[in-house]
Design a protein around this ligand. Structure first.
Ligand SMILES: Cc1cc2nc3c(=O)[nH]c(=O)nc-3n(C[C@H](O)[C@H](O)[C@H](O)COP(=O)(O)O)c2cc1C
Length: 288
């Protein structure tokens, strides 16, 4: 799968690959109303990764349905709409609207966003709020519902269970880790928003550990992501406990990364004589 926010609305990458080869295209996070996002600079390169503070810029659900979805529907791939809201009601309304449209196969709710009703704290860092917002969305949709967890928590298993208890069909993790970079000459933050989200190979060990822990804590499938750059990285997430993987920052380095990683997974399977990829999930030898 592609990771939300790193693959546009799919069409931006269509000239680089056959989108039909992908398991799913997960589109940039959508909200009921369009958003302009944060002031620039919005991305900074870091050691083995990048910081971003895009601020959830998007064209809004209606424009997505009208202008982007028809293109994506031509391909033999699942379309997953990533979405978010400022309040529980907005999440539910967004899910309801996306569910009324032909051609969306599943929803991924991003709960790493601030809750207007609770002093802008992040939905996904409190298990009760996670339960509340996922429950509301669950009532609003019959589509497969993926809950994308925030890694900026003390214990990922508590959030994973809260999302499962509220009716999630699958979990995806990890979203970006919060970070900051400063220009030591001007002493100004390098991001217009001051802080941002760290992604790329720098976060991979954190992501692998969280996928390992979360997948053992729940009975629903886990989609693993965080710094996957090649097929071997993807295999590591599957062994840790993921049932599927998503490619994010790698697509900025090489626009063809998603299909190259797919080929890399196949090469790994041939090398290791694995016939069914599903047999790999959660097979850490000597885990505790
Ligand atoms: C520029 C950028 C924008 C992102 N936008 C979203 C988003 O809109 N919704 C979301 O759930 N995750 C978003 N993410 C998080 C990614 O989908 C992914 O979870 C994270 O980057 C870790 O994977 P990676 O290291 O392979 O990039 C974004 C990441 C980046 C780098």
């Amino acid at each position: 799968m592609t990771a939300s926010g790193t693959f546009g609305y799919g069409e931006e990458y269509a000239e680089f690959m056959d989108l039909g080869r992908l398991g799913a295209v997960v589109v940039k996070g959508l909200s009921l109303q369009p958003r302009e996002g944060n002031p620039p600079p919005r991305v900074v390169e870091t050691a083995a990764g990048m910081l971003n503070a895009i601020g959830l810029q998007n064209i809004g659900i209606e424009a997505f349905v009208r202008e982007k979805l028809p293109f994506l529907r031509q391909f033999d791939t699942a379309v997953i709409a990533n979405f978010f809201g400022d309040s529980v009601e907005e999440y539910a309304a967004a899910a309801e609207r996306l569910s009324s449209v032909e051609g969306i196969h599943g929803l991924e709710m991003n709960i790493s966003c601030p809750n207007k009703q609770a002093g802008w704290c992040i939905f996904g860092t409190d298990p009760r709020v996670t339960f509340q917002v996922v429950s509301a969305v669950r009532k609003a949709t019959t589509l497969p519902l993926i809950v994308k967890l925030s890694p900026n928590v003390t214990d990922i298993t508590i959030m994973a269970r809260a999302a499962e208890d509220a009716g999630a069909d699958a979990l995806s993790l990890i979203n970006t880790l919060t970070g900051m970079a400063i220009d030591i000459r001007t002493r100004k933050p390098r991001l217009g928003n001051v802080t941002g989200g760290l992604s790329g190979p720098a976060i991979k060990p954190v992501a692998v550990k969280m996928v390992y822990e979360a997948s053992r804590a729940v009975g629903i499938p886990v989609i693993g992501m965080g710094g996957i750059m090649n097929g071997d990285d993807a295999a590591e997430f599957l062994i840790a406990g993921a049932s599927a993987v998503a490619v994010g920052t790698a697509s900025f380095v090489r626009p063809t990364a998603a299909v190259e990683i797919l080929d890399g997974i196949i090469a790994y399977m041939e090398r290791e004589k694995i016939e069914d990829i599903r047999s790999l999930t959660g097979t850490v030898d000597g885990g505790k």
